[in-house]
Design a protein around this ligand. Structure first.
Ligand code: PMP
Length: 405
């Protein structure tokens, strides 16, 4: 009976959002959720998305029939090109990719986890410490045991590369290694391309299985091709791998749940038949989970991805978002340094993407919330998009006060 169902804790991030909404102070600042905001702290509908929406609505043939089980192919094929680096990707040329449209990035990670739980049994997944909190829940839910690899160095507030390499070396052969393709959440710290090459070498020697999660392509550097460099490198090295891809952030389609899951098999004479078998199993899993993926977000993305002119506009919109975030990084660091706030603040501009891992401790995070109405996650992560020219000085002064206490 229902008595056996215990109360579950509220999701910390969505709990934080609720507390922010309830706060009546006019100076309140939301640095919690990883969603882009414009300089007036408002959600931003990308102009290119507005155009695609008009095109969609003007289409007299438009209907609301089911999408195919694997989704809209005009969307999934372009999504694969986007993350694999275009039609010249060896994986695409050799037809070694299969793609399934998913419920955004979360659904893609879940479908990937479910697939591996079925067909790559007895393995652990190694997650970066820290990682996006939902990774833990998603892999636990499908029964894949979780281990961690060190990632963030508290001393340098950069990558703990030696710790990471040692853990990957020490992991049992054939482990699943979850890697953030770019703009690591929550730290904003990415390996350099040379470090990625070393990571790839360890994975090759240890026969580990790379599971890429990409939720910020175009958001990190503002350059889509630069942000997929790690995935491209692994594919060029002939790895068998999977990619969970979200279009929530880079298209601003958060609630529309547009995403993809891709499997790339290793180069082999029978790769095409292997990929067909994999596709058939993914279809079965998808059918039992969601039957057919949602249309709207995928249609919008597909219109943009298939039209060179709109694509160029999208790149421009991405540069607007990443550019504003970078200018806020510079402003926050400059202000803290001007105030002479104890500590070093170069990590604010060294880290990339949506987030910065400030180094504030949990008591400091709680204090800045109660004293200054500034909301961030307990690990001291701030969403850079929550900063703007109206509040960055206020936030810097608040951090300064809290750090000095
Ligand atoms: N992976 C990572 C690392 C993320 O940060 C996110 C978004 N917070 C996702 C996946 C998936 O998000 P969504 O389901 O909204 O696409």
């Amino acid at each position: 009976t229902a008595e056996v169902v215990p109360q579950a804790p509220e999701d910390p991030l969505f709990g934080l959002m609720r507390a922010y909404r309830a706060d009546q102070d006019p100076k309140k600042v939301d640095l919690g959720i990883g969603a882009y905001r414009d300089n007036n702290a408002k959600p931003w509908v990308l102009p290119v998305v507005k155009k695609a929406d008009e095109i969609l609505r003007d289409d007299p043939e438009l209907n609301h029939e089911y999408a195919p089980i694997a989704g809209i192919t005009s969307f999934t094929s372009k999504a694969a090109e986007l993350i694999l680096g275009g039609v010249d990707s060896p994986a695409i040329k050799e037809k070694r990719v299969t793609s399934v449209q998913t419920i955004s990035g979360t659904g893609a990670v879940h479908l990937g986890a479910l697939f591996l739980a079925r067909f790559y049994t007895g393995k652990k997944v190694y997650l970066s410490d820290p990682t996006w909190a939902n990774h833990n829940q998603i892999f636990s839910n499908v029964g894949i045991p979780i281990a961690k690899y060190p990632y963030f160095s508290k001393e340098t507030r950069g990558l703990d590369f030696e710790g990471m390499k040692a853990a990957l070396h020490g992991a049992p052969e054939g482990s699943i290694i979850l890697l953030h393709a770019c703009a690591h959440n929550p730290t904003g710290v990415d390996p350099t391309l040379d470090q990625w090459k070393e990571i790839a070498e360890i994975l090759r020697v240890k026969k580990h299985f790379p599971f890429f999660d990409t939720a910020y392509q175009g958001f990190a550097s503002g350059d889509l091709m630069r942000d997929n460099a790690a995935v491209r490198y692994f594919v060029d090295q002939g790895f068998e791998l999977v990619v969970a891809q979200s279009f929530a952030k880079n298209f601003g389609l958060y609630g529309e749940r547009a995403g993809c899951f891709h499997v790339v098999t290793a180069p082999a004479p029978d790769a095409e038949t292997t990929i067909a078998r994999i596709a058939s199993q993914l279809a079965i899993l998808q059918r039992s989970e969601i039957s057919n993926p949602p249309l709207y977000g995928a249609r919008i993305a597909s219109i943009v991805l298939n039209d060179p002119k709109l694509f160029a506009e999208w790149e421009d919109n991405l540069r607007t978002m990443s550019g504003r975030i970078i200018s806020m990084r510079n402003a926050l660091r400059a202000k803290l340094e001007e105030l002479g706030t104890p500590g070093t603040w170069n990590h604010i501009t060294d880290q990339i993407g949506m987030f910065s891992y400030t180094g504030l401790t949990e008591p400091q995070v709680l204090k800045i919330r109660s004293d200054f109405h500034i909301y961030m996650t307990k690990n001291g992560r701030i969403s850079m998009a929550g900063l703007n020219t109206n509040n960055v000085d206020y936030v810097a002064k608040a951090i300064d006060k809290i750090v000095r206490e």
